[in-house]
Design a protein around this ligand. Sequence first.
Ligand SMILES: Nc1nonc1C(=O)NC1CCNCC1
Length: 248
Amino acid sequence: MRIDVITLFPEFMAQSAALGVVGRAAERGLLDLHGWNPRDYAEGNYRRVDDRPFGGGPGMVMLIEPLRACLAAAKAADPAPAPVIYLSPQGKPLTQAKVRELAALPRMILLCGRYEGVDERFLAAEVTEEISIGDYVLSGGELGAAVIVDAVTRLQEGALNDAESAAQDSFEGPQGLLDCPHFSQPAHHEWGDVPDVLRSGNHAAIANWRRQQSLLRTWLRRPDLLDESALSKADRKLLDQAKAEHGS
Ligand SMILES: Nc1nonc1C(=O)NC1CCNCC1
């Protein structure tokens, strides 16, 4: 998958994508990441990319023309069609379902704003959709872009080995449940013992326990993610049993 990132700090994107799963995926050719700096397309001695907002008020606004020329160059770099995604608190919240949708694309272009934001006329003319990584304000869209790059890349075929499988991650699967608890060595510790079922070697019982824990954890922590009416009969039985044991 090719991802082009329009940002005043291309080095940030390169560094954030050089490590771990994403770095390995890039080495394997599963991710083709390119940074584009609007300042390289700004004219005049000062190569301005921002200016004061009309109407007054604090901060600066990113100018149309440097972004327009920068985006045109990014688009021209590859014939594959690509949505232009603007990272912004005004965007739709990023979900795993959206990540899966983006991960299936051949290419996307991520636009990272700085300052107070981007001239609305550029957004209206060039942006396909806006995505938010959460209801808080960052100093730039680059962290949001890095989140999307990471979440999308790990879903590329071959990016994860079996031990890192995305299949059991939180939000995976039709119900989008939270992940179950995980344990490793030692089996016995002053802070508690590993649940016996996980050491039983009974894979069916282990899978059952993990599913039940995911259902219970989702019900307790993120009931907004759980549509109990859509649960299978088996899942409903597991959840009811877990609620009873939990004293609810
Ligand atoms: N939350 C966010 N999800 O994506 N981007 C977000 C963000 O806070 N962007 C900043 C907003 C203020 N101007 C600089 C960029």
